[in-house]
Design a binder for this molecule. Structure first.
Ligand SMILES: O=C(O)C(=O)C[C@]1(C(=O)O)C=C[C@@H](O)C=C1
Length: 291
């Protein structure tokens, strides 16, 4: 089967690397200019599935992705991969560090390199664009001698840029989680899942009404079934100030009896549930260095 897979492009993003590992066979890989565009394309059936970043170890959730999954689209996570993210400072040939007046990149990438920027290009201003590779492409096309991009080594090759500094993120151990999301949940889960890997489930819980211990009651539902939560995060419902939903990742599959019992208990507390998918983690294999 050949699927159409959308990803946050252009060519040379970390998302492209994630997409190639999540869907390794000969699928049609289609770059989209922004996270919103690729998620809408998957929601409207223009592509079979989309690959987007969802969480970073330095900067936390990619809010745009999380909020889109909650409010804007009806898509399910069917697989995840954690990609080690190493950023480089990219410039056109002949440009030196002291020439750099503007540093462009994805906001998450800029945020992951704050210390480097403060130390080495303190007077440069930052410009945010939709992806790291977009910044690289922009610098290449403008032939700018004053701009640098934060991006991948792959983008340096694609857009013919020099690497002024490598590994510039604030922590060496920098990882981003990417997810494969689709409307064709059952078909794609079957396509990407493997027999013995453990499952995770993502849900969105909205408390029925606010009372002392409301969240505690929800959490107790999982504790009593001995279900391990791997993430819990609150995001505004966007309806009014002080109103939140909780994004919960838990270990187990939605069909596991203990998960079913816990979710039934959550509903009894008056909370509403939105199912975001049960999926497995794909182990990322770093690319071999080309000689
Ligand atoms: O711009 C890219 O290369 C992306 O894939 C996006 C993205 C992100 O949104 O987090 C991915 C990994 C890094 O954390 C920085 C940027």
């Amino acid at each position: 089967m050949e699927y159409k897979i959308g990803y946050l492009g252009p060519k040379g993003t970390f998302t492209q690397q994630a997409a190639e590992q999540l869907m390794p066979d000969n699928h049609q890989m289609i770059p989209y200019p922004s996270i919103a565009d690729v998620l809408i394309a998957a929601d409207e059936g223009e592509v079979d599935a989309a690959v987007v970043p969802i969480e970073n170890s330095i900067e936390g959730s990619v809010n745009l992705t999380v909020d889109f999954l909650a409010h804007q689209v009806e898509l399910y996570i069917v697989k995840e991969v954690v990609v080690p993210v190493s950023h480089s400072l990219l410039v056109n040939k002949g440009v030196a560090l002291h020439d750099v007046e503007v540093v462009a990149s994805h906001p998450q990438a800029i945020a992951q390199c704050r210390q480097f920027l403060r130390e080495f290009v303190p007077s440069a201003i930052t410009e945010t664009v939709h992806s790291t590779a977009k910044a690289a492409e922009m610098i290449h096309e403008s032939k700018s001698t004053k701009m640098a991009a934060i991006g991948t080594v792959l983008a340096a090759e694609i857009y013919d840029l020099n690497i002024l500094a490598a590994n510039i993120q604030d922590r060496t151990n920098n990882n981003t989680r990417f997810v494969l999301v689709t409307k064709k949940r059952d078909e794609l889960v079957e396509y990407v899942s493997t027999p013995h890997e453990p499952w995770k489930t993502s849900i969105l819980v909205t408390l029925g009404k606010d009372y002392p211990g409301a969240l505690y009651e929800v959490l107790r539902s999982f504790a009593e079934e001995e279900i391990d939560l791997t993430k819990i995060e609150s995001r505004p419902t966007k309806k009014q100030l002080g109103s939140y939903h909780f994004f919960i990742d838990l270990q187990g599959h939605i069909d596991d009896p203990s998960v079913q019992r816990a979710l039934a208990h959550v509903k009894k507390t008056g909370s509403t549930l939105q199912y975001l998918g049960s999926y497995q983690l794909l182990t990322f294999v770093p690319a071999k260095k080309s000689s």
